[in-house]
Design a protein around this ligand. Structure first.
Ligand SMILES: [Zn+2]
Length: 273
């Protein structure tokens, strides 16, 4: 599933490819691809210019002036540049043609969607309205985390919760907790101020680096130019079960936390100190 870095890269790609360009054609494959329905999708987009792109958590926002595209890729969704117009199909679930021959397919939105909202309605979107602070926002401070972590839930479960922090998923939470030296099963309210500070710093550092490396690709994620991310080579615990920790040499182990496969260095991330 694309997390904050991948969604940032895709949003930047779309801006590079289509910003300032007018939509010539737009079509959705099935009514469930967009809240605008198959007919409304084209009607509301054609003739509008893409003014900018943005991100809320793992959601891409496309600013078409009086209409905003709210794109959620969920697990399998991708954005691909096509060589020319083609009608949407089961794979290319929504297709937009911009001036200058730029055709973008919003592919495999099988659980995702490309909804259209009035600008003033965007913040009321059911997912967006519940998002916690963005890791790069001014609200995301160690003090904020201190309050958010005043709960008995596991630290991993809380970091995955989009209402606590927007944009983190399974890969980056494991990497952040390893960098911070915090075991993922720790109850959030047992973290010391120093540990909270380390979680805060690691979150921003790792996400920033992952964006620089164009995200993490295991199988499906590619940017809109078809390029793979390169951050998978930088991962220090995720998918490294049985391999030595780069920091201490101990074997990385895999467990299940908050219902998700979780990678831990038992020496760097001790449960008790
Ligand atoms: Zn280690």
């Amino acid at each position: 599933m694309p997390e904050l870095p991948e969604v940032t890269v895709i949003s930047q790609n779309i801006r590079t490819l289509a910003c300032g360009k007018k939509v010539l054609r737009a079509a959705a494959f099935r009514p469930d691809v967009s809240n605008a329905g198959v007919e409304g999708f084209g009607k509301r987009l054609v003739g509008r210019r893409l003014l900018g792109t943005d991100r809320r958590g793992k959601i891409i926002l496309l600013d078409f002036g009086e209409v905003v595209g709210v794109v959620h890729l969920v697990i399998s969704g991708r954005v691909r540049k096509l060589p020319g117009w083609q009608e949407p199909d089961r794979f290319n679930t929504a297709v937009l043609e911009f001036e200058g021959g730029v055709v973008l397919a919003f592919a495999k939105l099988w659980l995702g969607y490309f909804d259209l909202y009035a600008p003033e309605e965007v913040e009321k979107h059911p997912l967006i309205s519940r998002l916690g602070p963005d890791p790069f926002s001014a609200e995301f401070t160690p003090e904020y985390l201190m309050k958010a972590f005043a709960r008995k839930a596991s630290i991993k479960g809380l970091l995955l919760d989009q209402s606590v922090v927007a944009g983190l998923g399974n890969i980056y939470v494991d990497e952040v907790l390893h960098a911070a030296g915090v075991h993922p099963t720790r109850r959030a309210n047992t973290l010391s101020p120093e540990e909270i500070q380390r979680v805060h710093t690691a979150t921003r550092d790792i996400l920033r680096r992952a964006i620089e490396f164009k995200g993490t690709t295991f199988d499906s994620y590619h940017d809109a130019f078809g390029e793979s991310g390169r951050f998978q080579d930088q991962l220090r615990v995720f998918t490294r079960a049985g391999k030595p920790c780069y920091a201490c040499g101990e074997e990385i182990t895999k467990l299940r936390v908050a219902g998700r496969g979780t990678y831990v260095c038992p020496a760097c991330q001790t449960l008790l100190r």
